[in-house]
Design a protein around this ligand. Structure first.
Ligand code: F6P
Length: 527
């Protein structure tokens, strides 16, 4: 099935959008989840669901069956199902870069048949074969590194999608790390970061992974050059053994002097690349089998997203809820609250995933949009967030939907901690929705503050894979409704260009043509 955006109306031109506006005026604005629970004994059941590895409770949100029904109408009228099929089929839905959006192929098992709906069976089979050849080679290398006792430290040099994904996942799956290697992540061009890492390393026991889809990103290239210079200055000669590159630009990696390379393809967006060779640090940490389980968890979520009916499709329900909150309630942000310290980089990872994907103001044809798109995402692991910004979530003037993640099973045996952690996450979600009346005012909690609760039985490679794929697909859903291209990122280009212009000015002092503030700051920095 081919997908043409022009075959579908823009979301705000659909009958469903008008119906949602009317519904918002009549019921949405005044919706109180407490009353909804009081009148509907089955609310928890109807607004919660199991998806692969993830149970989700949506019942504390400002939605009911009518809202969800209208949102599904919106999805159908905007062509969500055709758009989803187009992604899985490999239509070039990343139109500004004329690329397929095919990260789902990275977790497709070699033996899986192309999906029944696909009209691109042959093309998919060819790409899946390439994926598995590279995956096998990458995992064999990961196992060799794990077995190599002379290598004690692995340093991933990369930024954005070439850092956030592997770093988040390595931390999240620390309980499964069996390699005995220390993994380090250097992303920032700020030399403090690389210097602080290098000072603990010995060149002869360090492996550098240069992770960059393009192999041109200035931060990564600068850090890679400095790492190589350090390695040589320390007496290192065998760069073939101590450097590997994870990139689509193998020629550039070779030109840099790296001969061990693991490739991927243009159709993998940077923020969707954790499943490719970019996942090598994770494979080193948890081993080939663990990495395959991670892919399998994601694949299970892919199949859920691809095949489950919209009303029982968790990425669809979450993505539509995001649209409801952003465009009808006008909520501007979502707070991410993982109640698991190993998920400490999960909010940062989601920031790139959602805000770089959906922080757009043009439709796919380059026409300005009259409605809001990506919310801001922010958060910290619980319970730390409770002692920082939860005050604002409970009593501030803005309503911020919260998305909790909790994990039933603990992977430590310290008595008392886990029940306390779980009691806290339940209590926060409860306090947000139930609130508390107090005549004194200051102790009044308005309540009816929405939250979603994602629950994993255990934080494993498979459940993490499913959770991340869930997030990828919900971002697809909201981006699809908004009619934007969720897969380009032109908004990060201008700053890169300007930095190149400014850098020599720091040395020369030339402020010609600069705005007054930048010129003033340049002067201060040179003084
Ligand atoms: O920040 C822009 C961006 O292009 C991201 O999308 C990407 O993840 C990151 O830079 C790193 O790019 P690369 O992997 O090509 O170095």
């Amino acid at each position: 099935m081919s997908f043409l955006r022009s075959n579908h109306p823009r979301c705000d031109h659909t009958p469903a959008w008008a119906a949602l506006q009317a519904h918002y005026q009549a019921n949405g604005r005044s919706f109180d989840a407490r009353q909804a629970f009081a009148v509907d004994a089955l609310r928890f059941n109807t607004l919660s669901q199991d998806a692969p590895h993830v149970f989700a409770d949506l019942s504390k949100n400002r939605v009911d069956a009518t809202t969800e029904g209208l949102l599904r109408d919106l999805a159908r009228q905007c062509g969500l199902e055709a758009h989803r099929a187009a992604m899985f089929d490999g239509t070039a839905i990343n139109t500004t870069e004329n690329r397929e959006v095919w990260h789902v192929l990275l977790r497709k098992p070699a033996e899986a048949q192309a999906q029944a709906s696909s009209n691109a069976t042959e093309k998919i089979a060819i790409e899946v074969a390439k994926v598995h050849a590279t995956l096998d080679a990458m995992l064999a290398y990961a196992e060799a590194v794990r077995a190599d006792r002379a290598i004690t430290d692995v340093v991933n040099i990369g930024i954005g999608g070439s850092d956030l994904g592997p770093q988040m996942a390595v931390l999240a799956l620390d309980a499964f790390a069996t390699s005995g290697k220390r993994l380090h992540f250097v992303s920032n061009v700020d030399g403090h970061e690389l210097a602080a890492t290098l000072k603990h390393l010995k060149f002869e026991s360090t492996l550098f992974l240069i992770a960059s889809k393009t192999f041109t990103t200035i931060e990564t290239m600068t850090n890679a050059r400095s790492a190589k210079a350090w390695f040589i200055a320390q007496g290192g000669t065998d760069t073939a053994r101590h450097f590997a590159a994870l990139t689509t630009n193998v020629a550039a990696a070779n030109a840099f002097g790296i001969t061990t390379t693991f490739g991927f393809w243009d159709w993998v967006g940077g923020r969707y690349s954790l499943w490719s060779a970019i996942g090598l640090p994770l494979a080193v940490a948890i081993g080939a089998q663990g990495f395959r389980e991670f892919l399998a968890g994601a694949y299970a979520m892919d199949e859920h997203f691809r095949t489950a009916p919209l009303e029982a499709n968790l990425p669809v329900r979450l993505g539509l809820l995001d649209v409801w909150y952003r465009n009808f309630h006008g909520f501007t942000s979502r707070s991410i609250a993982p109640y698991h310290s190993a998920l400490k980089r999960y909010p940062a990872y989601l920031q790139q995933l959602e805000m770089e994907s959906n922080g757009k103001q043009m439709d796919t044809d380059g026409r300005p949009l009259p409605y809001a798109t990506s919310p801001a995402l922010w958060g910290e692991p619980g319970t730390n967030g409770q002692h920082a910004y939860f005050q604002m979530l409970h009593q501030g003037t803005d309503v911020v939907p919260v998305e909790f993640v909790a994990v039933k099973k603990a992977r430590h045996d310290l008595p008392g901690h886990h029940p306390m952690l779980l009691a806290n996450v339940l209590a926060q979600a409860q306090a947000l929705v139930v609130g508390k009346s107090d005549t004194g005012g200051h102790k009044n909690f308005p309540g009816n503050r929405p939250s979603t609760f994602l629950l994993l039985d255990d934080l494993t490679p498979a459940s993490l894979g499913a959770l991340i794929a869930l997030q990828e697909h919900r971002v697809f859903v909201s981006g699809s409704i908004w009619g934007i291209n969720s897969f380009d990122q032109w908004g990060v280009e201008l700053g890169k260009v300007l930095a190149k212009d400014i850098e020599p000015r720091l040395a020369s002092g030339d402020a010609a043509g600069l705005d007054g503030s930048t010129a003033g700051l340049l002067g201060r920095l040179r003084a």
